[in-house]
Unconditional design. Structure first.
Length: 157
């Protein structure tokens, strides 16, 4: 009987140590379906905010096509909350959960650009699998990701 109790205790200890979920790992609940953009002209002037703005940031639409349906993504303007020193206003896009890889960015009635999204599948034993936004391209050119997921788009005239 003593061996059975020791064996049981040993199995409990092994199971506890094997499980990364046992109070040692918290799953990250940060949404992985959004990105932030700064849109500048070739001289570095902001095209969405400030005195030189070219586009009405309240009218910008991001959408994807699914067959004959148009699926809108959420566009919001707001400060860069991830950088304590740089609080510039940015365009925030939260992508639809259906994980489109092509997103059209309509800046005005005449200017529609294309964002190309790549997705990666991540996960762990404790938290399960999730899809994370990977590289982003703009009009077939790769964008370089800045600090905390900020992408800067340079619009050519």
């Amino acid at each position: 009987m003593k061996i059975n109790i020791q064996l049981l205790l040993l199995l409990i200890v092994i199971a506890t140590l094997e499980s990364c979920c046992f109070a040692s790992q918290k799953c990250d609940s940060t949404p992985r379906n959004r990105s932030k953009f700064k849109i500048l002209d070739q001289n570095g002037k902001d095209l969405l905010f400030g005195d030189n703005k070219k586009y009405n940031n309240d009218s910008i639409v991001a959408y994807s096509l699914s067959g004959t349906d148009t699926v809108k993504h959420i566009c919001q303007k707001g400060p860069n909350t991830d950088d304590s020193e740089n609080k510039d206003s940015l365009l925030h896009i939260q992508y639809d959960y259906r994980q489109f890889t092509t997103v059209f960015l309509m800046l005005d009635d005449k200017d529609i650009d294309t964002l190309h999204l790549t997705k990666t599948t991540e996960g762990s034993k404790c938290c399960g699998k999730y899809t994370e936004l990977g590289a982003v391209g703009f009009n077939f050119e790769p964008l370089h990701e800045g600090y905390n997921g900020l992408f800067t788009i340079i619009k050519k005239s």
